[in-house]
Design a binder for this molecule. Structure first.
Ligand code: 13P
Length: 255
């Protein structure tokens, strides 16, 4: 049985002071949640302040990116060990904004996944097709290619710690989404790709999230799908009440 994971990707939003205020507000709202795992991924500069407010709660901490090298002359970058020390359990890798705006390649995402796993961080690997690719009927090919490339040479015993976030690029921040059934079909293709790489048993343990315009009103329809195990949430994760409602509506479908 896979435990759903609701992860908030704050992107470049919230100062450390704003993150601390969120931390204080969210705690009582989800204090009794057990069946859903929760993670917030703030900007690097807010990790410490948010981590301090979340200590002792069931809400985990994650980062939005990292460099694949352990240390060195990489101005502006941070390593997996630095994130681990800052209290992160997860790191988002290969988000479409980084692929598109920062030119991140499949090869880099693969190197980051391996470095994250080696440091004991769980990667949330983002994959998803653009609108052009969807219109051209390439969705499955694109997603399968991204999954295979990101997980190249990842050992089978690391598979269960990996999370895949299926985020169609055209659904991010647009208010548009695929139908839940559509998203589930892509998640099923991702799972069979994982089975090809790691075997059925390991693939059955990997959590596959849906991401793209998720909110408290639509989360249940996605989370109820058999191959979808929670969500990676952008805009709707920024307000404590909204994030808490997404978590609660996910928990409700498990009951
Ligand atoms: P929105 O939820 O704001 O559409 O963003 C999705 C996303 O990119 C999460 O990583």
């Amino acid at each position: 049985m896979r435990k759903p994971l609701i992860a908030g990707n704050w992107k470049m939003n919230k100062t450390a002071a704003e993150a601390a205020a969120f931390g204080e507000e969210i705690r009582p709202l989800v204090a009794d949640v057990e069946a859903v795992e929760m993670v917030i991924c703030p900007p690097f500069t807010a990790l410490h302040a948010l981590g301090a407010r979340l200590r002792g709660s069931r809400i985990g901490l994650g980062a939005q990116n990292m460099h694949e090298a352990p240390h060195g002359a990489y101005t502006g970058e941070v390593s997996a060990a630095m994130l681990k020390e800052a209290g992160c359990g997860y790191v988002i890798l290969g988000h479409s904004e980084r692929r598109r705006l920062m030119g991140e390649t499949d090869e880099q995402v693969n190197a980051k996944v391996k470095a994250a796993l080696a440091a004991g961080l769980r990667p949330i690997v983002c994959v998803g097709e653009s609108l052009e690719q969807r219109r051209a009927g390439e969705t499955e090919d694109v997603v399968v290619g991204q999954v295979r490339a990101a997980l190249r040479d990842v050992p089978q015993d690391a598979a269960a710690g990996i999370v895949i976030a299926y985020e169609p690029v055209w659904a991010i921040g647009t208010g548009e989404t695929p139908t839940p059934d559509d998203a589930n079909q892509v998640a099923a293709v991702i799972r069979s790709t994982l089975a090809g790489l790691f075997g059925e048993e390991a693939a059955a343990q990997v959590r596959i999230q849906y991401g793209g315009s998720v909110n408290a009103d639509n989360i249940a329809s996605f989370a109820a799908q058999p191959h979808i195990d929670g969500a990676l949430v952008g805009g709707a994760s920024l307000a404590p009440d909204s994030f808490a409602r997404i978590v609660r509506n996910t928990e409700a479908i498990l009951a």
